[in-house]
Design a protein around this ligand. Structure first.
Ligand code: G
Ligand code: G
Ligand code: MN
Ligand code: NA
Length: 264
């Protein structure tokens, strides 16, 4: 409960910030999109090390998303993430950079009463075209209340927004979900990419997911690319897009601007 109270205060105090991780076209190496990832720039009280100053720490989602979901705070936090990321990417697009945006969603957000309107409002306020926004959901979203979740996600898709299944391949019914929900993108779970080449079964499964995407006309993004051999392997399989530390780490908005200014 302590953490939940601090999260609520942090939202009021604007302590959350976004990092953006580039997604590239594996053929051309061009950055085609960024994935927004929330961080908490938390100020801890003076720790008694003698200087009497408060310490600042950048917390990753794994340290607070669970508590935000349990408390329901994920709803206003997620709304802030959407607005902030849409506004930023709209600015980049206004500077003639043709780039897309991906935002992660929790099931609690999707099932919240006004979620579809919230997304429509974020698009309208920022002027970001709906087709530029991809909403990422993991397979867990389709387990809790599948009927309602599919209905909400379908309504979002009717707005013109793209849908992605995140961490694809890790759920026990990945293929069934593709039947229930029309998606535009599949993000291959990093655990597949990690063992590419080293494990024959994993390599075969990854190739199968890439072909599945091609056959369904769905964009495939491989996540967690850390080594050149993995990138080469994915490219040779015909995997269209990739993301990972080898390509670019998640970075502050200014870092993305420097990357584009210096490279593209
Ligand atoms: O930031 P990092 O790369 O460590 O992300 C860890 C996890 O947190 C990922 O599963 C990601 O989907 C999730 N995550 C990151 N940002 C958000 C967000 O804005 N909303 C939600 N619901 N999940 C997020
Ligand atoms: O679940 P989701 O795919 O949204 O998670 C994104 C998370 O993956 C973020 O925490 C991000 O920092 C992390 N990530 C991105 N690229 C890599 C990578 O190449 N290796 C590892 N280990 N993590 C990565
Ligand atoms: Mn994601
Ligand atoms: Na995710």
């Amino acid at each position: 409960l302590e953490l939940q109270a601090r999260l609520r205060q942090a939202l009021a105090d604007k302590e959350f910030t976004l990092e953006y991780q580039p997604v590239v076209d594996l053929e051309s190496s061009q950055v085609t999109a960024v994935e927004a990832l929330v961080r908490w720039r938390r100020t801890d009280p003076a720790d008694g090390d003698g200087d009497g100053r408060a310490a600042e720490r950048l917390l990753l989602p794994e340290e607070f998303i669970g508590a935000a979901e349990e408390s329901g705070l994920i709803v206003p936090l997620g709304e802030w993430v959407l607005r902030e990321a849409c506004a930023k990417v709209a600015l980049w697009r206004a500077a003639e950079w043709d780039i897309g945006l991906s935002v992660n969603l929790s099931v609690r957000q999707i099932l919240s009463p006004r979620f579809v309107e919230t997304v429509a409002d974020a698009l309208e306020e920022s002027g970001l075209p709906a087709r530029v926004l991809t909403l990422e959901v993991d397979e867990e979203v389709l387990l809790e209340d599948p009927g309602e979740a599919v209905e909400r996600l379908s309504a979002l898709r009717r707005l013109g927004v793209r849908l992605a299944i995140d961490d694809f391949g890790m759920g026990y019914a990945s293929l069934a979900h593709l039947r229930e929900l029309r998606v535009d993108e599949i993000k291959i779970d990093p655990s597949f990419v990690r063992d590419l080449g080293a494990d024959g079964t994993v390599t075969l499964l990854t190739h199968t997911i890439v072909r599945l995407g091609q056959d369904l006309g769905v964009q495939v993004v491989a996540e967690g690319i850390e080594r050149p051999e993995q990138l080469e392997k994915l490219r040779s399989m015909g995997c269209g897009h990739g993301q990972g530390f080898l390509v670019a780490r998640p970075m502050a908005a200014a870092g993305v601007e420097a990357l584009v200014g210096g490279g593209a």
